[in-house]
Design a protein around this ligand. Structure first.
Ligand SMILES: N=C(N)NC[C@@H](O)CC(=O)C(=O)O
Length: 375
């Protein structure tokens, strides 16, 4: 435990504490069992190692990017153009983006709430942040002072599950093109929600805006953090992204890319249906445990692999409940830190991960209700 007060700790430090054991519904990383088909891919890793050793890296990378991105509707992703690179994680891609944006502007308009490592990475590069509610981004005409040089949106958003619609993106991209702002998107949860799988790149290219997109394979398959974050940008995006990427790494492992290609192929052949089914079943199971009790599901129509619950006014607040649950061996996240500009907005909500076995989700939901009632 980091020792700092939970309401001032960042979310990832609490997720780290959850790694020491107990019932972990803290981080949004996949911790459900492998399916049979996925287990077969893991069993083929030695053969994949030999294949990765023999083949040309660029060909393995393009195949992985194409299989994954086309599988989630992104047919116009800039594969093979030199404007789509593979990073060890989406957060590495995010930091490269933050460094590049700081080269261009002092102030970023960032969706509020969202996962706190995004504002932390942006502020870490000296950027000032302006919070923008999801609804204002969806309207496509956020009220922004002139000094704002970029708009950063997480869609589907974490922890709300809100999705920027196709029309919303069209409006927002046109707004950014018209006002000379870079549009940056973190689409890490996109593969879990088909409403987010319209071709983002087609819209961005047609808009004339300068744009950056961060994709992630890390929220989907229980591959023990073997993953890639893809960083893409537009032909007219005037940011030193490739230069800053090269400062961080030469390449991710071709073995990881080859494994991701296999997982993405399996996903298209039914793996995504199984994943969406698991998440939906777990959200329903959570709702059933809560049903009729003092705690309610905050975002019933969210489809991403995390769920917020709203606590009763007369019970413990999110930090007190988080502490009590840790004492009982169950790790959730208090939602305060997601509200990076107004933490008090999350004082009555906690988040549970759903990319877990059904048993884990039900046990955690029951532990939560017991802890709320006990106070
Ligand atoms: N670089 C960081 N801090 N990674 C943690 C992040 O992946 C967890 C996350 O996004 C979630 O739990 O929703």
């Amino acid at each position: 435990p980091s020792g700092a007060e939970p309401d001032r700790r960042n979310l990832t430090s609490m997720e780290t504490d959850a790694l020491v054991g107990g019932l972990n519904v803290s981080d949004g990383h996949p911790r459900m069992p492998l399916t049979t088909a996925q287990r077969a891919i893991v069993d083929s890793l030695p053969a994949l190692f030999d294949e990765a050793e023999k083949r040309v890296f660029e060909e393995i990378e393009a195949e992985a990017q194409q299989t994954f991105l086309h599988g989630i509707g992104q047919h116009r992703a800039p594969i093979g153009t030199g404007r789509l690179v593979s990073c060890y994680s989406s957060s590495v891609a995010m930091d490269i983006t933050a460094r590049a944006l700081a080269h261009r502007t002092d102030t970023i308009a960032l969706v509020h709430p969202t996962f706190d490592n995004i504002p932390d990475l942006l502020r870490g590069r000296g950027l000032k942040l302006l919070p923008v509610p999801e609804a204002e981004l969806a309207g496509g005409e956020p009220e922004l002072p002139d000094e704002v040089g970029a708009v950063f949106v997480t869609t589907p958003n974490n922890p709300t599950g809100w999705v920027l619609s196709e029309d919303g993106l069209r409006r927002l991209a046109a707004f950014c093109a018209r006002t000379g702002r870079v549009l940056a998107m973190d689409t890490c949860f996109r593969a879990q929600d088909e409403r987010a799988q319209y071709d983002t790149y087609a819209i961005l290219e047609e808009s004339g805006a300068q744009w950056v997109v961060i994709e992630d394979t890390g929220k989907l398959w229980p591959t023990l953090e073997l993953k890639a974050g893809f960083l893409a940008w537009g032909e007219h995006t005037d940011l030193p992204l490739l230069e800053y990427f090269s400062d961080v790494l030469l390449s991710v492992s071709p073995l990881v890319l080859l494994m991701l290609t296999r997982f993405a192929q399996d996903a298209e052949r039914g793996g995504y249906a199984e994943l969406h089914g698991l998440i939906a079943r777990n959200r329903r199971a959570l709702a059933e445990v809560l049903d009729g009790g003092p705690v309610r599901l905050t975002d019933p129509d969210a489809r991403i692999s995390v769920a917020r619950v709203t606590l009763p006014e007369d019970g413990p607040d999110a930090v007190a409940l988080y502490d009590e649950l840790v004492r009982r061996g169950t790790h959730v996240l208090p939602c305060g830190p997601f509200h990076w500009d107004r933490p008090q907005d999350g004082v009555r909500q906690v988040r549970l991960a759903l990319a877990r076995s059904g048993e884990d989700v039900v046990r955690a939901a029951r532990a939560l209700v017991d802890a709320v009632r006990a106070r």
